[in-house]
Design a protein around this ligand. Structure first.
Ligand code: ATP
Length: 260
């Protein structure tokens, strides 16, 4: 892998988040650095989406803080954050029948501001994002009329058009066919090699093993592990997280799991 270029660092220090008496996240500290391609694993309800929302500044933790390049996220403006930090949600329902081109163009809002026309650089970023996600042929289509997998690629293209060096993705491969899963994971890896910091939640341990250079594991609101995927993900972890018994198969450099 080539040496990652410099870029912003996202850091969480001692996050705690509760809803009423119910603790959702506790004692979470982590860093997303240039060159990181991180898979965030955890069972349903473990707190992955909540953690992403806190890292994006959409939710405020009761304790701890999030720092973007050393500055507290709570003190930064939305546009300032969006120039460095992009988010790909699991799904998105726009309130207007926007075309794919318009949705991807929204990724340029941190640069243009609301209601301003896109300039040459903006159009270049939008076109490149459409190419990267293989959706040039969808550019004129109405977003709400697309399939789930097509919409997912549009949302990823919007984040790429934003050209933020940190990208947080909530289950990006869910709903994508096998080919698009592979191409997306390869693309995220290449972005990390170019110095982007990537953090993606996933329900597939194999995704982390094949395509990430770090695995973060959330279990019942706490960070159970943070390390190299092969050091962290094994049959014991799968059983602990998902309460299923699996057999671990090694076909180096691959590791996969089958029911036992
Ligand atoms: N607005 C809310 N009101 C009540 N409970 C909530 C709310 N948001 C999240 N929770 C609870 O917080 C916990 C963590 O939810 P979260 O969506 O972060 O989990 P997750 O790991 O992303 O799950 P999944 O894999 O199913 O997407 C869950 O028990 C969920 O029910």
């Amino acid at each position: 892998m080539s040496t990652p270029a410099s870029g912003p660092v996202l850091e969480a220090r001692g996050l705690r988040y509760a809803l009423g008496p119910r603790s959702i996240l506790d004692g979470i500290s982590l860093r997303v650095r240039p060159g990181d391609c991180i898979a965030l694993l955890g069972a349903n309800g473990a707190g992955k989406s909540t953690l992403l929302k806190i890292l994006l500044g959409l939710l405020r933790p009761q304790a701890g803080e999030v720092l973007l390049d050393g500055a507290s996220l709570s003190g930064l403006g939305r546009r300032e954050v969006a120039r460095q930090l992009a988010y790909v949600p699991q799904s998105h329902t726009p309130s207007f029948p926007f075309t794919v081109m318009q949705i991807v163009g929204q990724g340029r809002l941190p640069f243009t501001g609301l209601g301003r026309a896109l300039g040459t650089d903006d159009w270049r970023a939008v076109s490149q994002a459409l190419v990267d996600m293989h959706i040039e042929h969808l550019a004129g289509r109405v977003y709400t009329e697309l399939s789930g997998g097509e919409r997912q690629r549009v949302l990823i293209a919007r984040a790429l058009a934003q050209q933020a060096r940190l990208i947080l993705l909530d289950e990006p491969i869910t709903g994508l066919d096998y080919g698009h899963q592979r191409r997306l994971l390869d693309h995220l890896q290449r972005l990390a090699e170019r110095g982007y910091g990537i953090l993606a939640t996933t329900h597939r341990p194999e995704h982390a093993l094949e395509s990430a250079n770090r695995a973060l594991v959330l279990h019942q609101g706490r960070l159970l592990a943070d390390g190299a995927p092969r050091a962290v993900i094994d049959a014991g972890l799968i059983e602990q997280l998902y309460q299923v018994k699996v057999r671990q198969i090694e076909v180096l450099p691959h590791r996969f799991f089958v029911p036992s």
